[in-house]
Design a protein around this ligand. Structure first.
Ligand code: ZN
Ligand code: ZN
Length: 185
């Protein structure tokens, strides 16, 4: 009997948000109740029939693979590098490239869960603009959109801001490394 992993449910949630759909809109598209989508995203893996989940995955452009089962070995990860989508998160380091501020997401291991090790946000694995699996680096290889949106800044010297923020993050990370529990199962 197949079991759906909670990680897959979270991946669907991230993909839905990336597409700017509400739970109700998604439910309407695939023909189910909004409450069922809500329960599924909260980790109730039995909230929806497999065929409905498959429709949701197709609607959101998420790969529905046999490897998405709870019993699957840790090596069977979905495509796309996991990163935190929150620009405020210490895992995202700002740099200035050609005068524009970009955040360089620190790749995260998801073997211990699907949440950011630094801030607890649900990790993203896809480009928020086009939905392609995320790769290493700050921007999508398919469409060029940044994986992590930078804050809008006017009348601010972004170079100075980014340098200051990097110093701040270095201090913060040093602190987190000292207090973070060891990762790995
Ligand atoms: Zn984070
Ligand atoms: Zn893209």
């Amino acid at each position: 009997m197949d079991t759906i992993s909670t990680a897959f449910c979270q991946q669907l949630r991230v993909a839905r948000r990336a597409k700017g759909l509400t739970q109700a809109e998604l439910a309407q598209r695939v023909g189910c109740q909004q409450s069922a989508v809500s329960m599924m995203e909260a980790g109730r893996t039995t909230a929806l029939a497999h065929e409905t989940l498959a429709r949701i995955a197709a609607e959101l452009g998420v790969t529905w693979a046999a490897t998405e089962h709870a019993a699957a070995p840790a090596a069977a990860r979905p495509a796309g590098q996991a990163h935190c989508p929150d620009p405020e998160c210490p895992s995202n380091v700002p740099f200035v490239v050609n005068g524009a501020l970009v955040f360089w997401p620190r790749p995260q291991s998801t073997s211990v869960g699907s949440h950011c090790a630094w801030c607890g946000e649900v990790l993203a694995r896809i480009c928020p603009a086009c939905g392609m699996p995320a790769s290493a680096g700050a921007c999508c290889r398919a469409c060029g959109a940044p994986y992590v949106p930078g804050p809008a800044m006017r009348d601010t010297d972004v170079e100075t801001w980014a340098a200051g923020r990097r110093r701040q993050l270095a201090d913060l990370r040093a602190l987190l490394v000292e207090t973070a529990p060891a990762t790995g199962a």
